[in-house]
Design a binder for this molecule. Structure first.
Ligand code: BGC
Length: 817
């Protein structure tokens, strides 16, 4: 692979940006992840070396403003990185205490390596060159490694090297959480296994998750094992090896640290510490051997997941998209298949949102469905395993079926906090975001989309159908009949826009008839009814019996799905919720002048003693989510089912209306807005896309990325390329194409999995080329702009592309696919 667009490079050492770099240079393999912190660093105002095990949570209680709050957190596990040195008579290496002659950090995404080059001169005029490499092994998920190469450029003398495992860490990565208890670990074992191997085992204090790390450190001078003096230091939760040796000018010292990490939840293990010690003992002798297999695993993953682009202007776009795919694959990888984990909104890259799982998988699965569908399956099973809890939650709130939590962690209970700190005002304010019941539509949508992309009937029969039915049942039970309107209504919820938590004149939180929620509920009910027709008779009867689903209940679903209420503004624009039209217009100009950054208007207004609930303003796409998830055709079908007139012109008007009233306080917002404009206004869509692409790289939300990447926005931007501009849809058992590349793009190429086929897709401004790759596959049936075609195994077909006509109202499919 050519290095072009594969390297993410930082020149110079900038302490103020270190947190951001650490998040963006995180290395992981879906099993565990380690932030890209310098190996000599400790948690302080500049650095935060965090290591997180996928799904490694623990609960702690804190007394806060007179209440006991309990949170479940993704735990910062022992730091395996420490590997540093000091020259004779000097201090341990600190880039701030020397003169830096060269400093570069490179994330090599093709190879999954983090590289750092440092050349420095110390106070005594000694010049030294240091090269570091690091991996978290993509094939052997338990292994990670670091190499430190040091060359004295103009001196000879003694050097000390220290390699450690540090379990004294706490969860301190998010300043807003610092008032909360943060000590999740207690030490079980600190042991020197042999002269080159250390072992540390800890346990989370509540969830009793044991995590063991073993580190093997070897030193070589000019390629031969080095003669060293060794020392050992042990204290509670920490142990280090210190090595002392003589180096001559120009010699090359290589220190290789290989680490094995195991937990008590792993399969095929006896006990974590025992396995870690064993694994590090039998690991290949040299660092390079491990790098070779790691790089091979990455190149295989890239073959399945890359997006090849040609743009008129070569710039950062390609690299940024690869960075997004890279972090997605480090969060969820083939190792996920064997684990019980969900999609963490902020990756396993930091402690923001405590590693919780929200609805963001809605933005992640579409990419995976067409690339690595086994991952979606595994991640949906995370939900399935928590169906029991979801049923309990529905019952506890007086509903039927299953109610998945807005924030999910280890056991599937609601993990949303009830109070959150507004850093601007310093006040703890009630948090009612758990009222986002639409999570229950997202899970159903995801099950259906996965099935559409894969036709995985085993999954549908044994897991998916049950989830869909329980979710449909939930929505039917939430809908209340309004006899005067002769419509069903859904009351007391929040839509995706988190700025609106309730009515300014009502004490109870929650809103009524949120259009997104109501229409999604209708869709889920339709799919609940449809899935029963898809199941083989025996399985359908089993499910009807197990779930006690009676014909009367199903008839009720059908009724709700035809009579749900939608609220419109006077001019036909779909209302975000009942009463939205009566809210005050917000003075955007005044606030844009008053504040440099108005992404988080909720915090600004709360600090001013005001509330967003009074205004027509949104944090993120809410109504527009509908046009993101459904094509105009599907919208029309839903409207017709409900007996509301559907006018295609309503879509562009609605898009425009909300776009003008959105602050994009969530990184998901840009993705959705770019998507819904992808066909009607390509330049504006492209602008929003490039802004969404910068969300993490430039940390546009001002300080949130250092606490963890935004996985939904990362995947969403890649999916925009993959589906919005190609018009790919998996719907009605057919793969649809409707390409419409943005003007700046010459060519887009990727391979796609659809059911039994693997297809190479190439799109330019004027043609679509499809090449079917699997010989054993059955022909692929697909639709291109309404025409049906077949692609035989190993066949290549080329189609010219004509531009769709854009009318003043936008094209009919202006909502995007
Ligand atoms: C957004 C939610 C999202 C959550 C986690 C919030 O800021 O408003 O839609 O699920 O972040 O990413």
């Amino acid at each position: 692979m050519k290095p072009e667009h594969w390297l993410f490079t930082y020149e110079g050492f900038e302490p103020a940006k270190e947190g951001l770099r650490e998040a963006l240079c995180t290395l992981g393999n879906g099993y565990f992840a380690t932030r890209g912190a310098a190996p000599e660093s400790e948690a302080d105002d500049t650095h935060y070396p965090g290591t997180y095990l996928a799904g490694g949570y623990n609960r702690l209680k804190t007394d806060l403003v007179g209440r006991v709050v309990e949170n479940e957190d993704l735990v910062n596990m022992p730091n395996w990185l420490p590997l540093t040195f000091r020259l004779e008579g000097g201090d341990w290496f600190n880039p701030r205490a020397v003169t830096l002659l060269e400093y570069r950090q490179v994330l090599d995404m093709a190879q999954g390596l983090l590289l750092r080059t440092v050349r420095f001169e110390d106070r005594r005029g000694r010049r030294t060159r240091v090269e570091q490499r690091r991996f978290v092994h993509m094939r052997d998920k338990h292994l990670a490694g670091q190499e430190l190469v040091l060359v004295p450029e103009n001196w000879s003398g003694r050097i000390h090297v220290r390699s450690a495992l540090d379990g004294r860490v706490v969860n301190g990565g998010v300043p807003r959480y610092r008032q909360l208890n943060c000590k999740h670990l207690r030490t079980l074992v600190t042991e020197e296994v042999d002269a080159e191997t250390l072992l540390l085992e800890v346990e989370t204090v509540q969830s009793r998750l044991e995590v063991a790390e073993a580190a093997r450190t070897r030193l070589y001078v000019d390629g031969l094992p080095a003669r060293v003096r060794r020392g050992l230091a042990v204290e509670e939760g920490y142990l280090s090896h210190e090595f002392e040796l003589e180096l001559r000018e120009g010699q090359r010292l290589a220190v290789e640290k290989v680490v094995a990490l195991y937990s008590s939840r792993d399969h095929a293990v006896s006990e974590a510490a025992m396995e870690a010690r064993h694994a590090v003992g039998v690991a290949p002798e040299r660092f390079d051997e491990l790098v070779a297999t790691h790089v091979q695993a990455w190149s295989q993953l890239w073959r399945r997941s890359d997006l090849d682009l040609e743009l008129t202007e070569t710039d950062h776009i390609h690299t940024a998209l690869r960075l997004h795919i890279f972090h997605l694959l480090q969060t969820v990888s083939p190792h996920t298949i064997d684990q019980d984990v969900g999609v963490p909104a902020r990756g396993w890259h930091g402690e923001a949102y405590r590693g919780h799982v929200f609805w963001d998988e809605l933005f992640v699965f579409p990419f995976l469905n067409l690339r690595l569908p086994d991952l979606t399956r595994a991640l949906l099973r995370y939900r399935y395993r928590r169906l029991r809890r979801a049923r309990e939650a529905a019952r506890a709130e007086g509903f039927r079926g299953a109610l998945f939590p807005w924030q999910s962690g280890s056991d599937g209970r609601e993990e949303s906090q009830r109070l959150h700190l507004n850093p601007r005002s310093g006040r703890w304010v009630p948090d009612v975001t758990w009222l986002q019941r639409h999570i229950n539509a997202a899970v159903a949508y995801n099950v259906w989309q996965y099935y559409q992309a894969t036709a995985d009937s085993e999954f549908l029969y044994f897991y998916g159908a049950e989830m869909l039915l329980e979710l449909a049942r939930f929505w039917a039970s939430m809908a209340q009949w309004n006899p005067s309107l002769r419509r069903y209504e859904i009351k007391g919820v929040m839509g995706p826009d988190e700025y609106h938590t309730g009515y300014p004149y009502r004490t109870e939180p929650g809103l009524d008839n949120n259009s997104y929620t109501n229409l999604m509920a209708v869709w889920v009910l339709c799919k609940g009814l449809e899935v029963l027709k898809l199941l083989p008779g025996d399985r359908r009867d089993e499910l009807l019996e197990t779930l006690s689903l009676s014909p009367a209940e199903l008839a009720h679903w059908d009724d709700v799905s035809r009579k749900m209420r939608l609220v419109f503004h006077e001019d036909g624009v779909l209302s975000q919720f009942e009463g939205y039209e009566q809210l005050e217009e917000f003075d955007w100009e005044v606030y844009r002048k008053r504040y440099a950054d108005i992404h988080r208007l909720d915090r600004i207004l709360e600090a001013e003693g005001d509330t967003p609930n009074r205004y027509k303003l949104s944090k993120q796409a809410d109504v527009l989510m509908l046009f993101y998830l459904f094509s105009a055709e599907e919208m029309r079908e839903l409207f017709e089912r409900l007996g509301y007139p559907f006018d295609a012109g309503m879509i562009p008007r609605t898009v425009e209306y909300y776009l003008q009233r959105t602050s994009h306080g969530s990184t998901l917002s840009g993705v959705v807005h770019s998507w819904v404009l992808a066909r009607s206004d390509r330049p504006r869509s492209w602008k929003l896309f490039t802004e969404a692409l910068k969300s993490d790289i430039a940390d546009v939300q001002g300080g949130t990325t250092p606490e963890g990447i935004h996985l939904g926005a990362m995947s969403g931007t890649v999916d925009l390329m993959q589906r919005a501009y190609t018009g790919i849809e998996v719907r009605g058992d057919v793969l649809h194409f409707n390409p419409n590349l943005p003007e700046g793009m010459k060519r887009l190429k990727f391979s796609l999995r659809y059911r039994k086929s693997l297809v190479e897709v190439e799109i330019t401004q004027d043609k679509l080329v499809l090449n079917s790759r699997w010989r054993s596959a059955t022909p692929l049936e697909f639709e291109l702009r309404g025409e049906r075609y077949l692609l035989q195994p190993c066949e290549t077909r080329e189609f010219p592309i004509k531009r769709p006509e854009v009318t003043a109202e936008g094209t009919l499919d202006s909502a995007g696919p």
